[in-house]
Unconditional design. Sequence first.
Length: 455
Amino acid sequence: MKKTEKLVLIISIAASFIAFLDGSVVNVALPAISGELGGGLTTQQWVNDAYLITLGALILAAGSFSDLFGRRRVLKYGLYGFLITSLLCAVAPTAEFLIVARALQGVAGALVTPSSLALIMSRFSGAQKSKAVGVWTAWTGMAFIVGPLVGGFLVDVLSWRYIFAINILPIAITVFLLAKLPGVSREKRQDHVDWMGIVLAVAALSGIVFALIEQGNYGWNHWLIISSLAVGIISLTAFLLHEKRTASPLVPSFLFKERNFSAGNIATFFIYAALPLQSFLIVIFLQQVAKYSAFEAGVAFLPVTLVMFFLSSRFGGLAGRFGPRWFMTLGPLIGAIGVLLIAMTTSSAAPYWTQIFPGVMIFGLGLSVTVAPLTAAVLSSVPESRSGIASAINNTISRIAGLIAIAAIGLVMGTAVTLEGFKSAMLVCVALLVVGGFVSMVGIRNNTSPLNSRR
């Protein structure tokens, strides 16, 4: 690997790690935040949701900006924004101030997320690209281990405010490294910013994301959820009509003519619906039925992250050599076997080492086989000049899939967590993973090249 490529990989990992760390570190601090600033459960929910809503709503726009104005520039501004908003969160005098600062932090996170991965896609080629995505997947996944551990320590020993202050040093280092990255000549693009598309996309995604997140608090029949969902659906319809007519669309339709891009995103929907749903189900079951502590339930997933850390880059490299199709086919099926094992063997007591650990390990192996080849297959199938919006589309689909799956799980489990409901819901996860593997087998092709590399 060349020196510049190593620098690109370090920058991309560091930038993504910051965004992912922030998402995982906040949850452990929510009780302390509401304890100091007041507002109870409402404050806790909105400190978390304000970030998720703006991040989900703006990620498509950020992906387009990354393609139009350059990955380095958008990533730099995103990091600056993350630094400023982290400081605002750290010094927040009231709950309302913190919620607004978290919403602004989500805006910055939207700029960082697609740009960091698009930077890899623009600087690597061939088998090295898939391997680089695997390394990126492995290291960024560590944020979900480090976040709760560091966050818990800071909250217990110092203050919840330090969970935001810890962003300052890694952001400064990442910006410093980004300044040292050599630029690349970019062919001048004639595209203009699709402002109408951005407005409609933000309205569509914010309306849908808000409804999916908050329906658990208000219920589907509440006027706020109904109106939010209506705004989202109407805006989405208007967005699709607008995109067909505009000369410079936010989401170019020709991307979906590429088989691996379309099939990969369909597979993403099913696989990433199962991933957060499975972890959500196990965490609440272990605490509410098996009577694990919150810490014990969180540590139950540690093997998944560790397996991915050690194996993701290896499978990413293999997919670069042999093609992604069978990795994307077999990976979800292996994961489904792990989930099925948990569903079939778990009792109300759920002893960890005999009933949870084996299935979790197999599930982690399945994810390791799947994630890097899936990401590389989707992004490698499009022109490099469009990798920003391609990354944003894939990221948006994965987030929406997870929100829909968790929002709808009450239809299977009912209003109370029981052993029977848990097993039924886990079988839904199995079905989602199997469908994801089947879509990959039928839809994904090896050795495909992106459409017109400068289109």
